[in-house]
Design a protein around this ligand. Sequence first.
Ligand SMILES: [Zn+2]
Length: 271
Amino acid sequence: MRVETVGAETADTAPSVAAVGAIHGDEPCGARAVERFLAEGPTDRVQRPVKLVVANERALEAGVRSVEGDLNRLFPGDPESDVYEERLAHALWTELAGCSILGFHATVSFDEPFGTLADLTPEKAELMRALPLDHAADFTGVVSGRSVTLPGFVNVEAGYQGSAAAADAAYDCLLAFLRVTDVLPGAPDPTPTNHYRVREAVEKRPGRAYELHGANFERVPAGEAYATTDRGERLRAETDRWPVLMSSDGHETLLGYTAELTGEIAAAVDR
Ligand SMILES: [Zn+2]
């Protein structure tokens, strides 16, 4: 794990803001954004210290998602574990607990950047609106062991894995994050962000191939199939659903998630 603190650090101003790339080694966009900020970003204008982290250096170097276990399934981690990523999860969370944190990921299912979070708060809503994101998926109660379930942690899915567009989007999100957290001067430029409550993880059935009918973050009307299998099985829900992180070949056992649109995220806080 590489941790770079930018900005003057004193006893009174220990960093309480952090950005984390390479939680998954085959999603280099966040590490690229951190490196770009350190190389050519306005580091001289930083007015409050921030930690910039490249988490899974071993996996990043090897170009693989993980080395011994999925870091983003192993929080809060264990320093005594035999599994490298489980020790890393503990080290990372020890480093970042108490911070307002933006993590970076990339997908195989959607080219636009979007946010992921859990346990929506007014602060998280403000953050999502400050980032250039149209959509934010809320995984409250649906996942465990993930960074989004940690206090103060939100993520950006910046685009397709390994793409230049994802690295650019991650950098734009990093700058917006640093503005809204007062690390950088300048007013944030809030934009509306739709909030989606994730309802269901859709597991694949063994031996099936899947065809998707809906696009991510586009409504699939109640009763209509959002996917079918090569055996003619139709996947549908009794209410309108919006596919999230859904991909026919992105993951061995998980097709993706279905969500319900709550509305604009600032209004969704109270619901
Ligand atoms: Zn990831």
